[in-house]
Design a protein around this ligand. Structure first.
Ligand code: PLP
Length: 452
């Protein structure tokens, strides 16, 4: 079939994510047919460097035969069974053994799902159940952050802070939001340190406004992904943790993007040095080869649910799916045994960050470069000393993303930021290609907008 055939069928049958469908139908989507390492090929044979590891998920890159073999073996042996009828199976048990061997010993239990959105739904119900068991059923407000993203189901949309998603019927009672720790845009005259504390103390003010007896949990991404790879100032997380402990509010980290090595630590909260009560995981758990997510609970929470909770009225047909679990095991073993996470910490991560700073420090479109490990953002700005933003910054970033595609590069535009998160197996050669193609795309964009 030709690309045009696929595009016509696609337009006839699909509503795509977060796009103006009519405009997409007119343009025609690229038809991706193959992947190997960090590269993708479309139906026309054009090659792209995937600077976003799919959607922050193909941590091991494309084309891993060991993951495919793990899925095949499990499909042939036991393609499905559930955890409902007082039953379990080796794949899910061995996955948990492996997962908890990576985590500090204060985490003990997991509830598996098929996605990050579902895992956050499970989080909402589990947190409410936890406080109910402890005799505090009124403690059920979940506080998230504006511009945070936790998924596209109803509860996870309400928890997230994407205003346009709330407007499309996505808000629910018992959810509240505080501002994001985005110093570059919101810091004004404050130092980053001062702004980090101010942003954290918004949480304290919100808890006091709502009443600590009503607030169940604060949920946030250690660094904000879909909101633009926003890294909080160093003072932020310790203060958030202090506030949560002081008011007996659970601290829940959404590790869907940050987990499984992205920052050079296994989990992003370890990079930022705080200790959440729960972790939401997905994406890198299976390197995106098969859908799987999960909610990880602290021992403290698990003990309450197990010892005092009786029946937890919750269950998914595919929770702990054996084939997904088998792929997750193969994926985690590869990340560990091939030294991939260490490589991000000690070599490829610092190399990417250093290259970005060398190449883009004086670029006429770029005001700030943020990132750690293999995740980074280029903040665009019109005037560097005053941090003045372009009035048409989304036109600029969107155009840069489109030029990127033309040049065989996939990076993402979010607001006034160009963001990237290549697969964790990126070699120095892959990183050189990523940085040089990004420079080409930004230079062409700067020329078009009269800045070069
Ligand atoms: N949480 C975060 C931080 C995410 O970035 C995403 C997806 O991008 C989700 C949750 C939702 O995960 P999923 O798309 O697997 O439902």
């Amino acid at each position: 079939r030709t690309t045009r055939d696929y595009q016509a069928l696609d337009a006839a049958h699909h509503i795509h994510a977060f796009v103006d469908q009519k405009a997409l139908n007119a343009e025609g989507p690229r038809v991706m047919v193959r992947g190997e390492g960090l590269h993708l090929w479309d139906n026309e044979g054009k090659r792209y460097l995937d600077g976003m590891s799919g959607l922050w998920c193909t941590n091991l890159g494309y084309g891993r035969k060991d993951l495919a073999a793990a899925a095949t073996r499990q499909l042939e042996r036991l393609p499905y069974y559930n955890m409902f009828f007082h039953t379990t199976h080796p794949a899910v048990v061995e996955l948990s053994e492996l997962l908890f061997s990576l985590l500090p010993s204060h985490y003990s239990h997991a509830i598996y799902t098929n996605s990050g959105s579902e895992a956050n739904e499970v989080l909402i119900r589990t947190v409410r159940r936890y406080w109910q068991i402890l005799g505090k059923p009124q403690k059920k407000v979940m506080i998230g952050r504006w511009n945070g993203y936790h998924g596209s189901t109803l509860g996870s949309t309400a928890l997230g802070g994407m205003g346009f998603m709330h407007e499309m019927g996505g808000m629910l009672p018992d959810f509240a939001h505080i501002g994001e720790p985005y110093w570059y845009v919101q810091g004004g005259e404050l130092t980053e340190e001062e702004f980090g504390l101010k942003a954290a103390r918004e949480l304290e003010a919100k808890i006091l406004e709502l009443g600590a007896d009503k607030v169940a949990a604060f949920v946030a991404e250690p660094f904000q992904g879909a909101g633009g790879m926003i890294f909080p100032p160093a003072s932020y997380w310790a203060e958030v943790q202090r506030i949560c402990r002081q008011y007996d509010v659970l601290l829940c980290a959404d590790e869907v993007i940050g987990g499984f090595g992205r920052t050079g630590e296994w989990f992003a909260h370890q990079h930022f040095g705080f200790e959440p009560d729960t972790l939401t995981i997905a994406k890198g758990l299976t390197s995106g080869y098969i859908p799987m997510g999960g909610l990880v609970l602290s021992k403290r929470m698990a003990e309450v649910l197990v010892e005092q909770g009786g029946v937890f009225a919750h269950g998914l047909t595919y929770s702990g799916h054996p084939v997904a679990a088998a792929v997750a095991i193969a994926n985690i073993k590869a990340l560990r045994d091939e030294g991939v996470v260490n490589q991000v910490k000690n070599d490829s991560g610092p190399y990417l960050q250093q290259c970005l700073r060398q190449v883009f420090e004086g670029h006429p479109l770029v005001g700030e470069i943020q990132g750690t490990g293999l995740v980074a953002a280029l903040q665009l700005c019109e005037d560097k000393p005053s941090r003045k933003r372009f009035a048409n910054e989304t036109d600029i970033t969107w155009r840069c993303r489109t030029i990127g595609f033309e040049e065989g590069l996939i990076i993402r535009a979010t607001g006034g930021r160009m963001i990237m998160a290549p697969a964790l197996v990126a070699t120095r050669g892959d990183i050189d290609e990523l940085v040089s193609k990004t420079k080409l795309a930004l230079d062409r964009t700067a020329q078009e907008f009269g800045r070069l």
